[in-house]
Design a protein around this ligand. Structure first.
Ligand code: PLP
Length: 372
């Protein structure tokens, strides 16, 4: 493999879809001219569009994916004394959101073949204090929701989804976020649907939950200057909402491109020192937010790719229970060995819709030329 002159970027926002830039600029101008900047008509429109996209009755726009988790849990009445079972192989915001609701995160292990929450481990974490199980659709893949949801119903615990990496991923036709009490989304710029700043939303079909969430995001306000509960400031602004509505129009085509790239990696990568995660049974299950490979010599693989001009990242190098604030969190009595092993071996290849076919080919050739 020849050293290329231009790097293969992990993220690149310059090549947006045809005409999107002018539509974005128009929407920004419209918001500036409207004189309405927070929780106005653009937010209402995006919430309607996003709820439709997810197949839920309501969406509540908030300031970030982290806030969506906190606000959603609080809106369900989950708080101090309650336990929420989740995975340590996630963005730390999942754990912070649970913790900020006042509830206690409890960590279950992952399935090594997918990196997703392992139901058998969840069962070992279950206690009389468990109120919610919170799977994370990591890397864009939704899996096992029917089985998990049946189990949650049978033991009387709520189900909540962290959908921040899985905008529009579906299982048996049901979108991420529509499987549970609420789904939390981040629209951080690098997400499959990204704003040009921080933004988030929760989706739900529970009217009372949606109303409570709207209250909490705005200081606990019921009517102007009447505060029934102590809320926070987590309002989505008009500018980000308008931008998200424009970008939502191309989300499906971006997902199609992500699937093509993932398919090329699946068929092209062939190296005994590099393993792939198990493919999803159905294309609709995975929106390929990240394409992750595993290698025992992850550092060597990353260095090799860097030398060939290919940017990579690690999602995530340190599982939640090995982060300083969370070392003492309760967990599966058998430990979290799969998550620890995954954290040491996983490497995310560039796989966004910005990649040209030639770049995809360069990544495949570079991965295949890695020798331990
Ligand atoms: C799985 C997951 N959960 C939560 C978050 C938090 O979202 P935000 O950065 O918008 O707070 C992110 C993204 O950073 C994420 O990937």
């Amino acid at each position: 493999v020849r050293k290329p002159t231009s790097p293969v970027f992990f993220n690149d926002f310059s090549g947006s879809p045809e005409g999107e830039r002018s539509r974005l600029l128009e929407s920004i101008e419209r918001v500036i001219d409207s004189g309405f900047y927070i929780l106005g008509p653009e937010v209402v429109e995006f919430e309607t569009n996003w709820a439709n996209y997810c197949g839920t009755d309501f969406a509540v726009g908030v300031a970030s994916g982290l806030d969506a988790i906190e606000i959603g849990l609080r809106s369900m009445g989950v708080g101090p004394g309650d336990e929420v079972i989740t995975t340590p192989m996630t963005a730390i915001a999942t754990i912070i959101g649970i913790s900020r609701s006042g509830a206690t995160p409890v960590l279950a292990d992952i399935e090594p073949s997918t990196g997703l929450l392992d139901l058998e481990s969840v069962k070992r974490c279950f206690s009389a204090s468990t109120k919610v199980v919170l799977p994370v659709h990591l890397y864009g893949r939704i899996s096992g929701m029917k089985v998990l949801s049946d189990w949650a119903d049978s033991v009387g615990v709520g189900l909540v989804e962290d959908c921040s990496q899985a905008h529009g991923a579906k299982e048996v036709g049901v979108a991420s976020g529509a499987w549970s009490k609420f789904g939390a989304f981040s629209f951080y710029p690098t997400k499959n649907l990204g704003a040009i700043g921080d933004a988030g939303a929760l989706v739900t079909s529970d009217l009372a939950l949606a109303e409570k969430a709207r209250q909490i995001r705005n200081y606990g306000q019921t009517n102007r200057y009447v505060h029934a509960i102590e809320g926070i400031n987590s309002r989505l602004d008009e500018l980000q909402a308008a931008i998200l509505t424009v970008k939502l129009a191309s989300l499906n085509s971006m997902t199609v491109r992500r699937r093509e790239i993932a398919e090329s990696y699946r068929s092209g990568i062939d190296n005994p020192h590099v393993r792939l995660l198990a493919p999803a049974p159905d294309a609709e299950n995975d929106v390929h937010h990240l394409f992750v490979v595993l290698s025992r010599n992850r550092a060597g693989l990353q260095e090799h790719l860097t030398e060939l001009g290919i940017q990579t990242l690690i999602h995530y190098p340190i599982p939640a229970h090995m982060q300083t604030p969370y070392r003492n969190l309760a967990r599966d009595p058998r430990g979290l060995g799969n998550a620890e092993n995954h954290a040491q071996t996983c490497l995310s290849l560039p796989a966004g819709p910005h990649l040209e076919d030639e770049e995809v080919g360069r990544v495949i050739a570079a991965v295949n030329s890695f020798a331990v």
